[in-house]
Structure formats: structure tokens, C-alpha cells
Design a protein around this ligand. Structure first.
Ligand SMILES: Nc1ncnc2c1ncn2[C@@H]1O[C@H](COP(=O)(O)OP(=O)(O)OP(=O)(O)O)[C@@H](O)[C@H]1O
Ligand SMILES: [Mg+2]
Length: 290
């Protein structure tokens, strides 16, 4: 198992693998370190869901997009909200529509199958080709939610009671699950997943990430912006540490504003792009070490 993966990692991270090749090496738009690539590849090889945690803005959601793009597969996104129930991901039976059609004498009302609408998980199972299924922000839902999906994620099938039909995955989807760790996930659920924590990028990796977005960024502008950014993150009592996406927005703003690199530290232009809380703004403005 190890050898081919090591070999794969030696190849240029930016080259796209052939469509259908089951190895993820990052994409032109997404910078993944070797550990993350290895976790993705091992999850695919073991056919287990990959659970991704990490600070906001560390590229958890974008990872699923990158995996789908790199492997040439369709991405199905199931966005989890506080009200989402597991059943919605399987199917819903649209009784209201059926009643409505019945009242207006529509044809085919007796055919219940017409009123069964597959959810995102159902769609992923029913797809003719293997897809990547992103279950985004699983920790937003209640604690029962992950437990309610254990059987379906294990067996890759579910039963539709109303039509007596079993929906079985034609191709096991590549499942990527993200969590911001707002809630602990149940042990039984964790046991079934491969886990990866995306560490906050070290400056070298961060530089690569920003350059993916702005290949022509001026060296000094990026260097100074990054220094101030990491210094802000290091302020002891900072309430909300700025994330990768905030640095990207800041570099963009600095470029659009035509800010000279040597003004960044002195004037902190567009600081509201990186610092989002009043208390933090105060701290940043009075910090002599930026
Ligand atoms: N490794 C990366 N390569 C390229 N861009 C990245 C990377 N990580 C983060 N980004 C940038 O940061 C933005 C935020 O990433 P994303 O939305 O995937 O973060 P997230 O971890 O899902 O955040 P949240 O927890 O808030 O949902 C992306 O749109 C992208 O611009
Ligand atoms: Mg996200």
C-alpha cells in the first residue's frame, strides 16, 4: 500500500492524474500537503468515509471539490443545517404533492414512486457513475444525525418503505465529511471513518496557497502581508484568529487598492478584511509587535 502512494507523492503535486485514476495529488487550485493526500488516498482505498476537521477556512469544503475535480468525478454536496435530519438525505415522500394532484385529477396519482424524491445520499447511491459525496458541516445537526446514518454509510443501501424498493449504491461513493468540531461526534460514527485534521498551514505552505490564487502577486507585498497576518494570529488574547480565506481576501484587497508593500505594517490597510471583532481590532491597533 505504502510504496505506490510514496511514488505518487513524489510526482508533481500540480499534475492532474488521469481521469479514473484513484490517486489524489492535489489540483492546480488546491494545495494539499502529503499527509492530507495520503489520508484521502487511504480512505478511498479502504472505502471508508473521510472525516475532515480543522479551523474555519482551512480548505475542508474545498478539499471535496478538489478530490472530485482531480479524479474526474461528479460532486454531490449535502449541506447540513441545524434542522437537517438523516432521512432527508435518503428520500422524502411528497405526500402534499400527491394530495394536490389527487384533487385536480392528475394521472398517475396511484403511482407512489412518482412522489418519492431521493435526497443527496440517495442520489449518490443511485448514480450510474461513482461520485464524490460531501457531507458538509456534519456537526451542525443534532447528535442523532451521525448515528442515524451508520447503517447507510456502512452498507451503502437503504429501503424505501412506501415503494418496497431498496436503493443500493451502484458504485460506492467517495464520502468526505467535514466538521468544525462544534460538537463531539459519536464514537460509533468515528470508528467507521478515517480521520484527518487539517493543521493550520505553516508559512511555506500558506505562501503556496496564496500563490495558487494570485500567481502574479508581488513578492514583497505577500511577504509583508503574511508577516502581519501570522503576527495577528499570535496575539495572545485574540478572539478570532484570521484564517486562510481571510489572508487570501486581504492580499486581494491590498493588490486591488494598489497598496505599496512597505505601507502594510505601518497603516494596516483594509484590516477589517482580516480582523472581524471590535475587541480584536483594538488589540491589533495597539500591538507594537506587528
Ligand atoms: N489548501 C488550499 N488550497 C487553495 N485554497 C485554499 C486552501 N485552503 C483554503 N483555501 C482558500 O480558502 C477558502 C476557504 O476554504 P473552505 O471554504 O474550503 O474552508 P473550510 O475549512 O470549509 O471553512 P469553514 O469551516 O468555514 O467551512 C477557499 O475558498 C480557498 O480560497
Ligand atoms: Mg466549509
Amino acid at each position: 500500500m505504502c510504496k505506490p502512494m510514496e511514488k505518487q507523492q513524489e510526482t508533481n503535486q500540480r499534475t492532474q492524474p488521469e481521469t479514473g485514476a484513484e490517486q489524489f495529488n492535489g489540483t492546480q487550485d488546491y494545495v494539499a500537503d502529503e499527509e492530507l493526500m495520503a489520508s484521502v488516498n487511504i480512505a478511498i482505498a479502504l472505502k471508508k468515509p473521510l472525516l475532515i476537521k480543522g479551523e474555519p477556512g482551512t480548505g475542508k469544503t474545498m478539499l471535496a471539490e478538489a478530490v472530485a475535480k482531480a479524479l474526474g468525478k461528479r460532486l454531490i454536496i449535502w449541506n447540513i443545517k441545524s434542522t437537517t435530519k438523516a432521512q432527508e438525505g435518503l428520500y422524502v415522500y411528497d405526500t402534499i404533492q400527491r394530495l394536490y394532484d389527487g384533487q385536480f385529477g392528475e394521472e398517475g396519482v396511484s403511482d407512489i414512486a412518482r412522489y418519492i424524491k431521493l435526497g443527496k445520499l440517495g442520489e449518490a447511491f443511485d448514480s450510474e457513475e461513482q461520485v464524490v459525496l460531501l457531507i458538509d458541516e456534519i456537526d451542525k445537526a443534532d447528535l442523532e444525525f451521525p448515528n442515524d446514518l451508520l447503517w447507510e454509510l456502512d452498507q451503502m443501501e437503504f429501503y424505501i418503505n412506501e415503494t418496497k424498493r431498496t436503493v443500493k449504491a451502484k458504485h460506492r461513493p467517495i464520502v468526505i465529511i467535514t466538521s468544525n468540531a462544534e460538537k463531539e461526534l459519536p464514537d460509533a460514527f468515528l470508528r467507521r471513518c478515517i480521520f484527518h485534521y487539517i493543521d493550520f498551514p505553516a508559512p511555506e505552505l500558506m505562501e503556496e496557497i496564496v500563490r495558487v490564487h494570485f500567481p502574479n502577486v508581488e513578492d514583497n507585498l505577500l511577504k509583508n502581508a503574511m508577516e502581519v497576518f501570522y503576527n495577528i494570529r499570535a496575539i495572545r488574547d485574540i478572539r478570532k484568529k484570521p484564517s486562510t480565506s481571510e489572508l487570501i481576501d486581504w492580499v486581494n484587497a491590498l493588490q486591488i487598492g494598489g497598496i505599496p508593500a512597505d505601507q502594510i505594517r505601518k497603516k494596516l490597510p483594509f484590516v477589517g478584511v482580516v480582523v472581524k471583532k471590535d475587541e480584536d481590532l483594538e488589540l491589533v491597533r495597539h500591538d507594537g509587535n506587528l
